[in-house]
Design a protein around this ligand. Structure first.
Ligand SMILES: [Zn+2]
Length: 238
């Protein structure tokens, strides 16, 4: 994506058939993106961004602050996402084995042993996410093996801090980030395809993008969906 340097700020610029400029600051790192009408040139974009620098910096500061917020407590009425849907957690302390049940009214029942502490509750829920995600991956891998003619020899799920997936091209092994259990399933599919395409091309270059365009023409919107839970949008007349 074309980037525009404004001072020490890198701004992603997307040109679209729209009437107004849209500026957004995205978590987790405060990435700045501006959607620009086709006829507006870079110099005008630069000026517009400069005029909003104060706002951008304030949004970025808020994001950094949010990052430092207390972690999830795994208590009742806390929100936890599953496959792109927000659910309210309902913690049930009981005498039986741990289990998790998701019900149709957007509630996750988390059955934990009496006296289970935060770490234990987290572990039980994470293991459930892992099990659910592990059931979703194989059909996607075989679907895309058929489409692409590629072969994945092994795959796994793990927690990763900075990546949605990785691919070991020599071993033909892909890793999927456990966090994807919280995202819409089409985002998971996008990551599976992305990692598989690395078997054809290691780098994110033109060739790689060419394959993505061929296999999954809407990959950009899926990527944006994955990375974009914008804190706030701002729009102004230009
Ligand atoms: Zn990649």
């Amino acid at each position: 994506m074309p980037k525009l340097k404004v001072g020490n700020l890198a701004v992603e610029v997307v040109r679209k058939n729209i009437k107004n400029l849209h500026l957004a600051v995205y978590p987790p790192n405060g990435r700045v993106r501006v959607a620009v009408p086709l006829r507006v040139d870079n110099e005008a974009v630069r000026l517009a961004v400069v005029s909003r620098l104060g706002w951008i910096r304030r949004q970025q500061k808020k994001l950094v602050g949010q990052e430092r917020q207390s972690p999830r407590e795994y208590v009742s009425r806390e929100s936890h996402y599953f496959l792109g849907r927000r659910n309210l957690l309902n913690v049930v302390y009981h005498d039986g084995p741990p289990r998790v049940a998701i019900n149709s009214n957007a509630k996750i029942d988390l059955f934990v042993p009496d006296g289970a502490n935060r770490a234990r509750r987290e572990k039980i829920l994470q293991e459930w996410y892992r099990k659910e995600l592990k059931a979703l991956v194989p059909p996607l891998v075989s679907k895309w093996e058929k489409i692409t003619g590629l072969q994945v020899s092994a795959w796994g799920v793990k927690r990763m801090k900075t990546k949605w997936g990785t691919c070991n091209t020599r071993a033909h092994r892909i890793w999927i980030n456990l966090e994807l259990a919280k995202k819409p399933v089409q985002c998971l599919e996008y990551i599976v395809v992305h990692e598989m395409v690395h078997l054809l091309e290691r780098h994110h270059n033109e060739k790689f993008i060419g394959y993505m365009n061929e296999f999954l023409p809407n990959w950009r919107s899926l990527r944006d969906q994955l990375n974009s839970f914008p804190l706030r949008h701002e729009k102004w007349e230009y």
